[in-house]
Every structure is written in C-alpha cells, then in structure tokens.
Design a protein around this ligand. Structure first.
Ligand code: ARG
Ligand code: ZN
Length: 880
C-alpha cells in the first residue's frame, strides 16, 4: 500500500495522557495502556468519526471505553488497526495485550537483545507494543510502569524522571517513570536488564544539574568514558552554538548489541547500538572513536531538533534528520579538523548518496510517497538533507542562520511541524525569500553544474557562465532550476586569491564569496581582473552538485599547491587522480600496458614531503578515489578495469615514493610507540598518515617492511595501529603470516563482538581471489550470526559494498549469494534485509551480462514467497 504526502490529514482524535504498564516475563509480556483521549478540535465538528487505533501482532486481552468493557461486537480488529466508535468528545480507553519480545527478531517494537529488554519505536514500531495512534503528530504525556523479575532485571528504565519504585514478595520489582514533555509514540523507550552504569553530571547554562548515565552490560563498563566525554562536549556545544539547554533532570544512554541502526533519540533515554557507544584504545579504532563522538552528539542534539520540535508526518523526516546531521557535522568539525571532516562527508555523499540519486530508489529530500517508511531512512534524507540545511546557512550567513534557528525553536517548541515551517522561520527571521530554494526538498537527483570561462585581457574582465541541469528520476522527468550557492575564488599566477569585484559593484568584496546560481544558464562578470585567473569553484563543496570545469592536469596541480581553501586543494588532487585513473582504466580496457602520468606521483610527493601540512590532510590527499566512487562516475562501470587501474596506481605510488613513505612511517610509528593513546585530532592525524604509509610500503612485498608491519600488529597498544597492520597483511600475498595474524587476533578478541566485527570486515573486504568462498566459510564461524545486524553488516555488507571485484564476479555467484541472504533475512529482520539489498539495485551501472544477472536475482527474490513491505518496495521499484 502506497502512502502519499498529499493525502495528509490531521488526526481525528488526540491522546492527552498515556499511562502504560509493562509486565515482563520470559515467555510473554503484558501491556496495559490507558489513553486519555479527546476529539481533535482542529477537525470538522459534527458526528463523531470512528477511532482507528494502530496495532500489529498484538493479542488483545481486553478493551474498555470509559470503564465499560467492550464485547466482540463493539470493535473490529484487522491486521493493522482496531476500530471502535466513541460516544463522547472526551473518553478513556483501557486495553490489555500480550506481546512476544522474546521471539521478536525484527528488532522493532519491544524485543530482547541478549538478556535485556529494549525498544525501537521509530518510525512505526510502537504499534507492535500496544493499540495507539502511532503517528508523530499525536503527542502525549507518558507515564510508564515496568515490572520484572528483580534478579534478572535489576535495572528498569523509561523516559523522563523516575517517580516511584518498589518490590513485591514474589521476587519481582517495579519502577514508574514520568516524562513531563509531550511526545509522539516513536520517542517512547523502555529498558530492563542487568546493567551497570557510568555516572557523571552536567551543569546547564542556567545552572541546573543533570545526572548523566551510560548503561552497559557489566563487561563493557570500561568502555564508556569516551562516550561520556562526548556527551558532555555535546551538551556544552549545543548551549554555545544554538542556545539549546537540556530539559530533564537525567539523561541516559543504553548500549545494546542487537540494533538495526546506529542509535535512537528517545526522550531522556537514548538507546544505542553498542558499536556507537563503546570505545577504548585497545578495542576501538580512531574511526570508531570519532563515530561514537558524532553519534552521541547526533542523538543528544535531537532533544531539540526532533523531540522538542518534532515532525508532523514521516515525509518530513529530513526536518529532524537533515538538520541534526548538519548539527553533528558542525560539532565534529569544531572538535576535530574541520577540513578533514568536510572531506570525509563529501567523499561519502558523492560515493553513496549520488549513487542513490542515480538509482531506481531515487527520491527527494522530502519524499512524495512510500510503501514502507523504514526504507526512507536514507542517505538522501540524512546526508543530502544536511547539505540542504548547510546551503541555507551558506546563503544566509552564520549569524542569520542562527536567528532563523532561534525563531524555529521558539515558534514551534512542543509542536509537530513540517519542512515548510523550518524554511519559513529561516525566511521570517531574516526577511529572506527561499521559495525557489525549496526545490531542493522536492526535486530528486543530483544536479550537474557545468562552468565555462571567458577572459578579456583588454577590458580586464573575467566571465564565468554556469549551466545547470538535473537528470530525470522516477516520477520526475523534468526539473526546474535549483538555487545553487557557489563559493569561489580566483587565483592569480602567484597563487594568491584576487579581490572579487562583480560588474556593477562599487568595490571588491572579499577574495572568496558565494554566488547564487538560480537560472538554467547564468553568467557573472568580474571586473578589474588584471591577469587571467584560475578559478577555484564550489569551495568547501558549497552545493551537492556534480561540477564540470575543463581543468588541465597542470591547473589541478597548481590548485593542489595554492588554493587557499583546504577542501579544494584536496578536491584538485582527487580530480587529478580521477583523470589519471580513467586513463589507466582505458589502457586496461584496450589491453595496453598500464603507464601512469608522472605528474600525479610528483604532486603526491610534494604533499608527502610538506611538513607544514596537517598529517591528516596529507593522508586524505594520498588516498585515491575509491572503487565505488569510480563506479559512480562511470557511465558503465568496468569493475575489473577499475580495480586493476587503481591497484596499479597504488603500487606505482608505493614504489615511486617508497623513501618518503618510509621516513614518514618510521617517524610516526616511533611517536606512536612512545605516546599513550589519545583520542584527539592531532593523534588521529599522526596515526592516519602512519597507517596509509604502511599500506603503501607493503606493496613493496619486502621482508623488512613485512617485519615492521608484524611488529606493529603484535606490539601496538591500540586497535587503530593493530587493525591497520592486519588489514595491510590481509591484502598482502604473505599467506602464511596473514592466516597466522588472523588466527592470533581472533583468539585474543573472540569474546569482544565489536572487535570480531572488524575481523570479519577486514576479511570480507579483501580483494584477493576467492572472496566469496572466504565469506561463505566465515558465515560458519561461531562468532557469526544472521540474527545480529552488526554481524550481517560486518561480513555480508562489507563484502557486497567494499569488495567490488569479488562481489561482481562475472558468473553472478556474488549476486546469488546476496539474494540468498536477503531471502533468509526477509523473514527474520525485514529492515536489515532491505538495506542489504542496495548493491543489487545499482544494476544500471554495469554491463549487459551483469545487469541480467542482477535483475535475475531481484526477480528471484520477488518470487521467493511472502515478502515484507520493506523488501517488496525496494525489489519492485528496482525492477520497474
Ligand atoms: N532517529 C534515529 C537517528 O537517526 C534513527 C532511527 C531509525 N530507525 C529505524 N528503524 N528506521 O538518530
Ligand atoms: Zn537522527
């Protein structure tokens, strides 16, 4: 069934108060709900409409209306709803249902993860807990009582503040929580388990004291400090940057092992995938530490952008997600290197979101329709949505953007609103007109922006002409022009930025500025341009578009050296690498010997030898564009040629720059050896460069380098160095050492599931031949289970997304394998099944033979039996 945005209607009834009681048992859970309801005054008066409560997989024990027990004739139960006829404007519904968290493998609603009970209600999971108006525009005050056996479940948590608790004679105990803030059901949470907690506190800007607690299973109590530090930094940052203060007396995070996504912002009780909380030097990499910091911040920031101001309906998802991703990105760039954070985000967006935009599931930031909302927690809604908010800030300026966000929070506190309300607040606070800009919310697809130049030496003018277009996407054959903010500078021959004066302006305005391109074709003329400039376009990636400008390789090398914008220095290097790699791909396809352009090696040499550059930037610049990105920018991707070309380039760079890599490696490794682990930007930077140097050095296949690698693997005191060494070994031909290292690692870390995830991923991503068979063997490993989403992602996900040569094997065995897993998971966990499918939906990018094989597997899934709405939507749209 397709749901359309245009069909939105406000609810007929409201729920002012929700009183829940959970009785948790090993073989069932009883849920009693008392809903204090009334008719929505904003709906037309007259005859009382029927009340349709959402409910799925619930076993109804009893239901009463205003204390009157209802009989079978008083209501109807369908697969999705319970319908009854109220007889007054205000009334109370009491219901009791039985549910089965102990057999819930979909990890939606109330379920068990290991020995603990927990919930995931966003988007529509609450209806698997009790009969309710499970929609975000119904906001209610919740009181929740949880009762369970005391010994197995000493900790009982829900949203808000604890107000009462007690024990019973039968070994059970209970606790009552009250959340003073009205909230939609998707923000409800409950946890019961044998958990330990790390405690701290935070004093808010108005001087209130907030208790902070992170709950984990006892064996993880030593891995919470980094998340706690991140939480306190986030709370401070949101006060300073957005004026947002926390609003309850307690803020809790709970780590659970089985979780479909990263984490969930339930009011006062955030529930996290353990991979997004637990981090310490010995077991988590630098990347994992940064991910924990970002996700803790993201969920915390939702307390305002999501909870205090929430979404009217799920089409508005990016209202909270795009804005909150933007906020967490700003936070991460303030805590670490801003340029490196931007590079990572842009590389991720261009590789994965652009691919989504080019595929059969392409949708706008505010989708128009869906079959299953879980399928729309996408890169487009999250990451592109964040880019759209970022563009608003770029167009308005930071101060005016803040005025807009202040007005938004003030105007809509306690409400469920839309993307239009957000944009309106930005407009009203600043007298701005963003009506054309809003096309970014409604038009899908990645715009192309091609730029041409004209320099008139006699007149000393320089004209840039921009042409924008956007390819068709499903349901949207043609597009209107976007508002594209283009930040740019003009470089003189000495590399300095020129002053920028547009025709008609009295004087120059800065040396880097934002032009708004609003037409399909539009020119800007700069005056007083004394020499032919080299343009630096789309600085900081000021808009999520594909920029085309005919740079020569020498010009790109010049920008790499001189651009005052750090992001664009990196970008110039990437474009140079893309040109060189595409040339190699062509050579491979024509059966020629591969020969690489010297200039790339020399450009990278000067980067590597520049001690003034941030080592993290050096590491970024030395990373060639990934195979997935090269695939995305190809018309038809030649998997084998892409892999061969990139591997050739990496070997070539490794051997040509052996000396400087060796020096860098030895220096950095020595510092690492002598410095205790610190999770800070400076230390991340050193280790990043050290490890990329090691990877390049390992291409030499020299015995002395192998010894360095083994030494780092054996003796490093942190997971970043150890895992990098393992990854370098895993991709190397030293089979015996490789197998030994993998065995030693697994033996040492077998009882740490998050570390074992890394161990699975490293092997799943190895491009060595026989990848599929290795993955199939690993599925039999005792540490692997399809029931745990992290394991599925670590092994099967990593194989299909990061091991392109093996996954896209010409005989289609990789596709068949993935389809088999999707079919199995469809019955167990539809959300994970549907996400795992994504690589098969990209069939358009491949040659005819592979296209046929991929579509064949999609058809096989479609015919495999009863499909969840999640899998059905993705498969059917991919074949349409
Ligand atoms: N709101 C969460 C976040 O982005 C995501 C939870 C979505 N869960 C789901 N099953 N779709 O922070
Ligand atoms: Zn979020």
């Amino acid at each position: 069934k397709v749901i359309h945005l245009k069909d939105y209607q406000a609810p007929e009834y409201l729920i002012d108060e929700t009183h829940l009681t959970f009785e948790l048992y090993e073989d069932r859970t009883l849920v009693h709900a008392q809903l204090v309801m009334r008719r929505n005054p904003e709906r037309p008066a007259g005859k009382l409409p029927p009340l349709e409560l959402h409910g799925q997989q619930l076993e109804l024990l009893s239901i009463a209306l205003n204390d009157r027990e209802l009989g079978a004739g008083d209501y109807q139960i369908g697969a999705e709803c319970l319908t009854l006829q109220p007889d007054s404007e205000s009334f109370v519904i009491d219901s009791s249902v039985v549910i089965h968290p102990e057999t819930n493998t979909a990890l939606e609603g109330l379920y068990k993860s290991g020995g603990m009970f927990c919930t995931q209600c966003e988007a529509e999971g609450f209806r698997k807990i009790t009969y309710y108006l499970d929609r975000p525009d119904v906001m209610s005050k919740f009181t929740t009582t949880v009762s369970a056996e005391q010994k197995a479940y000493p900790v009982l948590l829900s949203n808000g503040n604890p107000i009462a608790s007690g024990s019973e004679d039968n070994g059970r105990h209970w606790a009552t929580w009250e959340d003073p803030f009205k909230k939609p059901a998707y923000l409800f949470a409950l946890v019961a388990g044998d958990l330990w907690c790390v405690e701290d506190s935070f004093t808010t800007m108005s001087g209130r004291n907030v208790a902070l607690r992170i709950y984990v299973e006892p064996e993880n109590i030593d891995k919470c400090q980094h998340a706690m530090d991140s939480l306190k930094k986030s709370m401070k940052w949101d006060e300073e940057t957005y004026g947002r203060e926390y609003d309850l007396d307690i803020f809790m995070i709970v780590a659970v092992n089985d979780f479909n996504m990263g984490a969930m912002e339930n009011k006062g009780l955030n529930i996290f995938n353990s991979s997004a909380v637990l981090a310490r030097a010995e077991t988590a990499t630098d990347a994992a530490h940064q991910r924990v910091e970002a996700i803790v911040a993201h969920e915390y920031f939702h307390n305002w952008s999501g909870n205090r101001v929430t979404c009217r309906d799920w089409f508005q998802l990016s209202l909270k997600e795009g804005f909150t991703v933007f906020r967490d990105a700003q936070f991460s760039s303030d805590m670490n290197s801003a340029t490196v954070k931007r590079i990572e985000d842009v590389a991720y967006l261009r590789t994965h979101q652009f691919a989504e935009d080019a595929g059969p599931m392409a949708h706008s930031v505010r989708p128009e329709s869906f079959i299953e909302i879980s399928n729309f927690y996408t890169l487009t809604v999250y990451e592109k949505g964040a880019e759209v908010v970022r563009m608003i800030q770029t167009l308005l300026g930071k101060d005016d953007f803040r005025k807009g966000s202040d007005l938004y929070f003030e105007r809509h506190d306690g409400q469920a609103v839309t993307v239009d309300d957000f944009v309106k607040a930005m407009e009203d606070a600043n007298g701005a007109d963003l009506s054309q800009f809003k096309r970014w919310y409604s038009q899908a697809g990645t715009p192309r922006l091609s730029v041409s130049e004209h320099y008139d030496a006699a007149a000393q003018t320089y004209r840039l002409t921009f042409r924008q277009s956007c390819p068709p996407t499903p349901g949207q054959p043609t597009k209107q022009p976007f508002v594209i903010p283009v930040e740019l500078g003009l470089l003189a021959a000495d590399g300095a930025d020129m002053p920028l004066r547009l025709a008609g302006e009295a004087q120059a305005v800065g040396t880097s500025r934002v032009l708004a391109v609003t037409e399909a074709e539009q020119s800007f003329t700069f005056v007083d341009v004394a020499e032919r400039p080299l343009p630096s376009l789309l600085r900081g990636f000021s808009a999520p578009v594909k920029l085309e400008f005919p740079y020569s390789r020498d010009q790109l090398m010049f920008l790499m050296q001189h651009d005052s914008d750090g992001f664009n220095r990196w970008e110039a290097g990437q474009q140079l690498s893309v040109q060189v790699l595409q040339e190699l791909i062509g050579q491979h396809q024509r059966g020629e010997a591969l020969a690489m352009d010297e200039r790339l090696v020399e450009a990278l040499r000067s980067v590597l030898q520049n001690d003034a550059l941030d080592p993290a930037m050096v590491a970024e610049m030395l990373s060639l564009p990934g195979e997935a990105y090269l695939t995305e920018i190809s018309e038809v991707a030649d998997v084998d040629a892409i892999h061969a070309a990139r591997e050739f380039a990496r070997r070539e760079i490794g051997s040509r720059l052996f000396e400087p890599f060796y020096q860098r490696y030895m220096n950095h490794r020595e510092v690492s050896r002598q410095t205790p682990y610190v999770a800070s930007a400076e230390h991340f930077a050193r280790r990043a460069l050290q490890n990329i140097a090691l990877a390049y050095l390992m291409f030499s296949e020299r015995a002395d380098i192998l010894s360095l690698c083994l030494d780092q693997f054996d003796n490093a005191d942190n997971m970043t160095e150890r895992l990098s060494a393992l990854a370098s070994l895993t991709h190397s031909p030293f089979e015996e050492k490789r197998l030994k290292a993998l065995e030693v690692f697994a033996e040492h870390f077998h009882d740490n599931p998050l570390v074992m995830d890394q161990w699975f991923s490293v092997q799943a991503a190895s491009p060595l031949p026989g990848g599929l068979e290795r993955v199939q063997t690993l599925m039999q490993h005792p540490a692997f289970t399809l029931k745990n989403p992290n394991k599925v992602r670590a092994l099967i996900g990593a194989f299909a997304n990061q091991n392109l040569v093996n996954f896209h094997r010409a005989d289609g065995a990789g596709y068949r394998f993935l389809a088999d897993q999707v079919i199995t998971l469809n019955a167990m966990n539809p959300q994970i099944a549907s996400r795992l499918l994504a690589p098969l939906t990209r069939w358009r990018k491949y040659d005819d033979a592979r296209q046929a094989l991929m579509k064949g597997e999609l058809e096989r899934i479609l015919a495999s039996g009863e499909l969840s709405s999640d899998v059905y939507e993705v498969v059917s749209k991919s074949l349409a």
